[in-house]
Ligand binder design. Sequence first.
Ligand code: HEC
Ligand code: HEC
Length: 260
Amino acid sequence: MMVPPEELFEGAKLFGKHCAICHGAWGAGDGPVAPDLVVAPRDFRRGVFKFQSTFYGSKPLISDVERTIQHGLAGTTMPPFLTLGSQAIARLARHVLWLARRGEVERELVLAAQAGEPLDGRLLAEIEETLQSAWEEASEQAVALASPHPEPTADSIARGRVAFISRGCAKCHGPDGRGQTEENLRGGLRDYWGKSVRAADLTSGRLKGGHRPEDVYRRIMGGINGTPMPSFRATLNSEPRTVWDLVDFVLQLPTIGQRP
Ligand code: HEC
Ligand code: HEC
């Protein structure tokens, strides 16, 4: 991720103008308004992102971060920046990744210091190398669609409803997808940052990671990194049809939610 310094400077300026109020100047999620927000602005320093097209546990693609900036995260205060233009968004995304990388290096150094390791050039080079390969390997971790999306039908939705329960989605989201489970209401689920996170109310019509069928497919197969929602790769890999059924079921839930 070699970025020319003047590019980084432009990204930093844009970040200061549009993002620091929530995410903090160094991306620690500690901007001046952060304490007032129900959903905490992300702390980028851990290098962990939720809404990515790659599998749980891997790094996002830069296009995922660009998508988040452009479209925002529906249902949270993370706003869409639709009018910024693609060059500004690309610079912002690179700045976010730079903040993440910087935070990760810092953290590794602190951990090494705590473990009593000598903080020398060799250690720094090792840390840089490990991080570099994690970011470079992200593209190999992209969730591919195993088949094209078949036309949704009443049957596919009905099969999706059955799978939603039998495959364990209902455990967190409730059988009707509203997220009214005991654990959810108690605020018992936590994300990677230790913040309380609710299994989404899927009838709300707001999906943070996008509303296209392929977005929901990737959410299911990839999981939602840094949250309790796991990847279903192990169980659904050989059943793309079931994944599309689940997608069809999820995507028609908001129309049910609107009914009295
Ligand atoms: C009004 C507050 C606010 C502003 C301004 C804001 N964000 Fe956010 N941002 C959030 C919140 C809240 C979240 C976490 C949402 C969640 O966890 O569901 C977030 C999350 C993110 C994420 C993480 C996405 C993921 O997949 O985990 C990225 C990247 C991001 N913001 C980038 C930006 C950038 C770049 C800007 C400026 C162009 C910006 N944000 C401006 C509130 C804000
Ligand atoms: C262990 C609990 C858990 C299980 C099991 C689970 N989810 Fe989730 N799900 C979550 C959580 C938590 C979130 C919210 C993450 C966030 O916004 O930070 C979520 C969010 C979602 C979203 C919203 C994504 C977005 O773009 O906003 C969809 C769609 C979804 N889950 C579908 C499913 C489906 C389908 C299944 C079963 C195949 C499933 N989930 C199983 C916990 C779970």
